[in-house]
Design a protein. Structure first.
Lengths: 478, 494
């Protein structure tokens, strides 16, 4: 018995929950350098959690079977989310110190939000799914508004909160309909119940649509994307980095699991919704980004576009689709880590970079940085030989396997449109003559430098040894 | 035979040179080192590619020097390169022109020498890699990667409207090639193979072929370029720096023709048969229309750019005749155009470096001051017109001979285009070179210097060599082309 009680602490989620509280207390009692030390501790905690997830065996989780599930797909996305939070905590540390925002709560908020995401990814029950979503969202609402004396930050927090609460309400309403019509909250039970029927009744269709709306809000798919650019713009840059990198991973995993586990047999019903979300996201992401002058808004639209491609793989709904989603999500994560690692270290006239046009002349003053940005941009545009191309490639393989020819053609057309604004950034850095030199400062801490080099290395060198990632993602089961 | 991976070495040698250059710190004194490093690398690549030619087995129609490694575990994608009669000369053309480009930019590229050389070396790697790929996805990766250095070359070192031109070039060609990606995946799904060699066997149903053909057409027609998809070309040519135009005209346009031979003819024979009338119509319109447009140009570079479109029209006619003369003629025309148009752009570069204008009006009577220049220019001008004894003649002659078997209307169209090409080229030559010097600024213009001689004379020699000994080039490619024609006829005889 005693043995079992200690074992509980080795369940990654429980370990992370307990350690987050420890971090909170640790930060509270530290007099000096509370923020820095708490961040370091948070990174350590997350690293240990990764190890636990990696060596986690199913037996540990058996007691929670009805609430949470366990599969290679879940573990992959959990590790991805953890890696994303580690990276974003490390790259944002100097930024927070730079803008004198030293609340030690920030890393703790990140930890709680990551905990929520891990639970979200693993949830196998409508109730646990809702609670997990709320846990991560609440932490993120606070994080968006963390810079209390800044109007834009507070505004973005409130905006995010109101729209998030609305979407949660819709989501919950959908859950209640599904529960009412199937009599169960457990994914497996719902699936079992539904397997007896050939088509969904009206109530269940409504429930499904409401849930889809809520989930689309979380992944910021068009037309439920409105909050993304505003929140990205208003929040402090490093919080934006976290928003761009981590919550998307969890939300994508969740929408995949929700569609493919309980509603597996009703492909036709949900795939129409996802199909529309996918096409709309790709095109709106590509077209709306063209007119942006703020780099954060541009990246917001770019992430909306990327979500469109990931949803193509969901429409495909086959093993290749799951593989494509994991590869795409991995490439999305490292590209965003890399670009934010740079953005959080670039200062123009002692202000952190906001306007794209301020990148002018960067190729003269900082050739290596501008080369890195160019590589990331080309990779995001899906130009070979960088990793972004392979993400898209696998998505289209999955789509064509399912004979979704029109969707694939629309996908590549959107990618051409989106190439325009990625190229524009390269154009500003390389083609435009700079008026004055030396106003751009690039100062990066050693740790962020390691993160940046590692992600750039992965972006460039994926092509030389793709098997590592591909073999992992080929064996994922949902 | 050679037992070391010659093709891979040729592909990646420029990239190694680029890595070395990356670590040379650039300032006033060291930029000359960067130039030398780039020149030596590209010369080395050229010499290695000559070995490729010398050791080439003429009696073997399929790929030689093959190298094959498994790359992706989950599907049949290999690093698979090799050379056959068709790709051999495309590779030679790339390796021959790149050192000349580096030499041509020796003095007139003053800013960002390092980035410039890096772009060119990267460009050379992807060009050679593309022609040497035997795996379609590998081909596609190289095909798209070409856009990156070319975009930078036009955008950074180009003329006044360089930004517009570079975006147009990139997005236009990207739009064409992404559709090819879909086609490649569809092909893979139907056959579980990505080998170009394997897919040359008519595996697709008629309807699938039609769609695949259109997807490939979208990318190659933009690349070659065919009317009405040609509008990116004059902009890109005019705004690019001299060496950029040389590579663009010399090699990048050939990617389209190469793709038509390999993919459309080789893999989709039945669809090709269906679409031949379309191609012929577009080609003849291209030849006549762009020749007339060329006649009206006031910018020398733009004139040559439009003449390129007309010449590539001859190439597409030759390819889609699908007979021995037509294909050989198309290949010869591609090689010849690669040399001649590259040389013409270099010639324009010579006077542009001196006077910084490309307006035809500005010049006149250059023969008074630059006799040597006038001679060299004349060789290339006649090569472009297709005078017997120059390379241009062989290609056009073979295509027209082949076209007689197909339709006399095509012959009339093509011949009309050739006459028009004589008109606009001779008219250009007359206006620039002959007459007396009317513009005072030209009074002190200097004749070509040693560096420019080193660039232009090898080109002039090869243009004449190609015209006098065409079999030197036709023999290696003959069997490979025959193989494609045989496959094509078997497929369509069914």
């Amino acid at each position: 018995m005693l043995n079992n009680i200690y074992n509980i602490f080795f369940i990654p989620e429980i370990f992370l929950a307990c350690s987050s509280f420890v971090c909170l207390l640790f930060g509270l009692f530290l007099k000096k350098n509370a923020f820095r030390q708490t961040s370091n501790l948070a990174v350590l905690v997350l690293l240990l959690t990764i190890l636990l997830v990696y060596y986690d065996s199913e037996s540990n989780f058996a007691n929670y079977k009805s609430l949470f599930s366990h599969s290679s797909f879940i573990n992959f996305f959990k590790i991805l989310a953890l890696l994303g939070s580690i990276a974003s905590i490390i790259i944002s540390k100097d930024y927070f110190l730079g803008i004198k925002l030293k609340n030690f709560e920030i890393p703790v908020l990140f930890l709680f939000s990551t905990l929520g995401m891990m639970l979200m990814i693993a949830s196998n029950n409508l109730m646990s799914m809702y609670l997990a979503i709320e846990l991560q969202s609440l932490s993120l609402y606070v994080a968006a508004a963390i810079k209390r004396d800044s109007i834009s930050s507070a505004e973005s927090g409130v905006k995010y909160f109101i729209l998030g609460a609305l979407s949660s309400g819709i989501l919950l309403y959908g859950f209640s309909l599904i529960y009412g019509f199937t009599g169960s909250m457990n994914f497996d039970d719902i699936s079992f119940y539904l397997s007896k029927y050939d088509n969904l009744n009206l109530g269940l269709i409504f429930g499904l649509v409401f849930v889809m709306v809520g989930l689309a809000f979380k992944v910021s798919a068009v037309p439920f994307h409105m909050w993304t650019p505003d929140v990205y713009e208003g929040a402090p840059n490093s919080i934006t980095g976290f928003f761009a990198i981590v919550p998307k991973i969890a939300a994508v995993a969740l929408i995949y699991r929700f569609c493919l586990v309980p509603f597996e047999n009703f492909y036709l019903e949900w795939s129409q919704i996802i199909l529309f979300l996918s096409i709309a996201s790709m095109f709106l992401g590509a077209i709306a980004a063209i007119a942006q002058s703020n780099i954060k808004r541009l990246l917001a639209y770019s992430s909306i576009g990327h979500i469109g491609y990931i949803l193509i793989a969901l429409v495909a709904a086959n093993d290749d689709g799951i593989k494509a989603a994991s590869i795409y999500m991995f490439s999305y994560m490292i590209m965003n880590v890399a670009i934010f690692a740079i953005l959080l270290s670039l200062k123009v006239k002692n202000e952190y970079l906001i306007n794209i046009s301020d990148l002018k002349g960067l190729s003269k003053s900082n050739p290596i940085v501008s080369l890195s940005i160019s590589i990331i941009m080309l990779s995001m545009a899906g130009i070979p030989p960088f990793i972004g191309f392979f993400g898209k490639f696998y998505v289209f393989i999955a789509a064509i396997e399912q004979e979704l020819y029109v969707l694939s053609v629309l996908g590549v057309l959107a990618s051409v449109i989106s190439a325009f604004y990625y190229l524009r950034i390269i154009k500003i850095m390389y083609f435009d003559e700079s008026i004055s030199e030396g106003i751009i400062n690039f100062k990066i801490s050693f740790q962020s430098k390691i993160i940046l080099s590692l992600s750039l290395f992965l972006i460039i060198c994926f092509i030389f040894y793709p098997s590592l990632l591909i073999n992992i993602s080929a064996n994922l089961t949902i | 035979m050679i037992d070391w991976p010659l093709v891979s070495v040729i592909i990646f040698l420029p990239l190694i040179g680029a890595l070395i250059i990356l670590f040379i710190k650039e300032d006033e004194l060291t930029s000359i080192n960067i130039k030398w490093a780039a020149l030596l690398t590209t010369l080395g690549t050229f010499i290695l590619s000559l070995i490729l030619w010398l050791q080439f087995d003429y009696s073997n129609p399929s790929y030689q020097y093959e190298e094959k490694f498994r790359w992706f575990d989950d599907f049949n994608f290999f690093y698979h390169v090799g050379v056959d009669g068709i790709s051999l000369f495309m590779i030679l053309l790339s390796t021959f022109l790149t050192p000349l480009c580096i030499l041509a930019s020796w003095n007139n590229i003053k800013k960002r020498v390092k980035e410039y050389m890096l772009s060119f070396l990267f460009l050379e790697t992807v060009m050679i890699g593309m022609f040497a790929s035997i795996d379609i996805l590998l081909f596609y990766i190289f095909f798209e990667a070409v856009l990156i250095p070319m975009y930078l070359i036009i955008g950074i070192w180009g003329g006044n409207r360089r930004i517009y031109a570079s975006f147009k070039f990139f997005l236009y060609t990207l739009l064409g090639s992404v559709l090819m990606l879909i086609a490649i995946i569809v092909m893979y799904r139907n056959t579980s193979s990505m080998s170009i060699e394997f897919l040359q066997g008519n595996y697709f149903t008629y309807n699938t072929q039609l769609f695949l053909w259109l997807a490939f057409f979208a990318s190659f027609a933009v690349k070659i370029p065919m009317w009405p998809f040609h509008t990116w070309l004059p902009d890109a040519h005019v705004e690019a720096p001299t060496a950029g135009s040389v590579i663009l005209a010399g090699v990048l346009l050939k990617m389209g023709g190469y793709g038509f031979i390999r993919f459309s003819l080789g893999m989709l024979p039945e669809a090709t048969e269906f679409f031949i009338p379309l191609i012929m119509t577009l080609s003849i319109v291209a030849i006549v229309y762009t020749s007339l447009v060329a006649l009206a140009q006031t910018d020398i570079k733009k004139l040559i750019a439009y003449s390129s479109i007309a010449h590539m029209g001859i190439v597409t006619i030759g390819i889609f005749l699908v007979n021995q003369q037509g294909l050989e003629g198309a290949m010869m025309q591609m090689i010849s155009h690669g040399l001649v148009s590259a040389a013409l752009f270099l010639c324009v570069g010579v006077i542009y470096d001196r006077m910084h204008t490309r307006e035809i009006e500005f010049y006149g009577g250059l023969v008074q001051r630059m006799p040597l220049y006038a001679t060299v220019f004349m060789i290339f001008m006649l090569g472009s017109v297709g005078l017997p004894g120059t390379s241009g003649f062989i290609g056009e002659f073979l295509v027209i001979v082949g076209a007689f078997k197909f339709s006399s209307y095509v012959v009339i169209g093509a011949a009309f285009g050739i006459i028009l090409s004589a008109v606009y080229m001779l008219y250009l030559y007359k206006r620039i070179i002959f007459g007396t010097i009317t513009n005072n600024k030209l009074a002190d213009i200097l004749d070509i210097n040693t560096r420019e001689k080193i660039i232009l004379i090898p080109l002039a020699i090869s243009v004449i060599l190609l015209g006098i000994f065409p079999n030197l080039f036709l023999d290696p490619m003959r069997l490979s082309l025959e193989l494609i024609i045989t496959n094509y006829e078997i497929a369509n005889a069914k």
